[in-house]
Ligand binder design. Structure first.
Ligand code: SAM
Length: 296
């Protein structure tokens, strides 16, 4: 079949199944399969795709029609300047979380264009120790380690399968020797972590249990519930992090956590109630997305 006809057929199929932006999705899947730029496909609608690839293409389109996320179908997700391997064991890294990564890099002395808050910068040191709670794909641990040569990261997750994915990504970017992967339940108070971290980052699960059924089909049916659900009000991880931060963070260390679109003030209070100075960072839509906290 001609590329142009394939696109038309796939986009009609996806549109009938209520996939958002069906033409773009059809084009992206074809572009990924034949490893050509999407502009090449649009510019060459008369090129014929062989039968084997045509079959492969429609099996991808069928998966997308069942609302399986594009990132799980291709096994890839862009985050900052990197492409992370992802599979259904890990949350697909979100662009919101890039703000947290940028905040962490700022704290480590980079990317001054993002913020202007000297208090949330670490003093110069030869080695910085970082803790990533709920590392998932490792998008934060790996991009922080890649962004700064003198960083050592402890990356914790309750899911062994997620840690395997994170490890794969650390190897992909050559930082596996600077990340220690720790299989642990952070909510288990008997778990002892090394402590004295200069920087703690976390994008913990934060969806209240009663909101889980309202999530988009692609999230609800495909992404791991353990990466999303967080008790009745979605705040259990922040309370636990706040309770343990004074024993885990170094004296003038910095903590950065991502939160849900309507949780910024509450999360900030959880930390300020414990004597931390806090700062809310807004995402590109002006929503409070990241809470920074320090004892300085
Ligand atoms: C929202 S995802 C974040 C993943 C990744 N850091 C990111 O930003 O894309 C939360 C992660 O926390 C992990 N997690 C959930 N409960 C946990 C617990 N009790 N202890 C440690 N990790 C946990 C999940 O397996 C998941 O990988």
């Amino acid at each position: 079949m001609r590329l142009g006809d394939l696109l038309k057929k796939a986009s009609k199929y996806l549109s009938e199944r209520n996939v958002e932006d069906p033409s773009l999705e059809a084009g992206l899947l074809l572009s990924w399969l034949i490893k050509k730029d999407i502009s090449y496909i649009y510019a060459n609608p008369d090129i014929i795709l062989d039968e084997e690839n045509e079959k492969k293409y429609f099996s991808l389109v069928e998966r997308r029609g069942r609302h399986e996320p594009y990132a799980y179908i291709t096994g890839e997700c862009g985050f900052l300047d990197y492409t992370f391997y992802v599979d259904p064991n890990v949350l697909i890294p979100r662009s919101d979380t890039e703000l947290l990564a940028q905040g962490a890099l700022y704290a480590l002395g980079q990317d001054p264009k993002y913020f202007d808050q000297e208090m949330f910068r670490l003093k110069n040191k030869s080695t910085y120790r970082v803790l990533d709670i709920g590392t998932g794909s490792g998008c934060l641990a790996v991009s922080i380690a890649k962004g700064h040569d003198s960083v050592l990261v402890d990356a914790v997750d309750i899911s062994e399968n997620a840690l395997n994915v994170a490890q794969k990504n650390a190897k992909r970017y050559g930082v596996e020797n600077r990340i220690t992967f720790i299989h642990a339940d952070f909510l288990d108070k008997s778990i002892v972590l090394p402590g004295n971290y200069d920087l703690i980052v976390s994008n913990p699960p934060y969806i209240p249990l009663n909101e889980m059924p309202c999530l988009m089909e692609s999230v609800r049916n495909y992404e791991p519930a353990v990466a999303l659900a967080a008790g009745s009000d979605g705040l259990i991880f922040y309370r636990e992090i706040a309770e343990r931060t004074s024993s885990l963070l170094s004296k003038s260390g910095i903590l950065l956590v991502e939160c849900g679109y309507n949780q910024g003030q509450k999360v900030s209070e959880i930390f300020s109630d414990r004597g931390f100075s806090t700062l809310l960072l807004k995402d590109l839509s002006g929503i409070n997305r990241v809470v920074a906290a320090t004892t300085k």
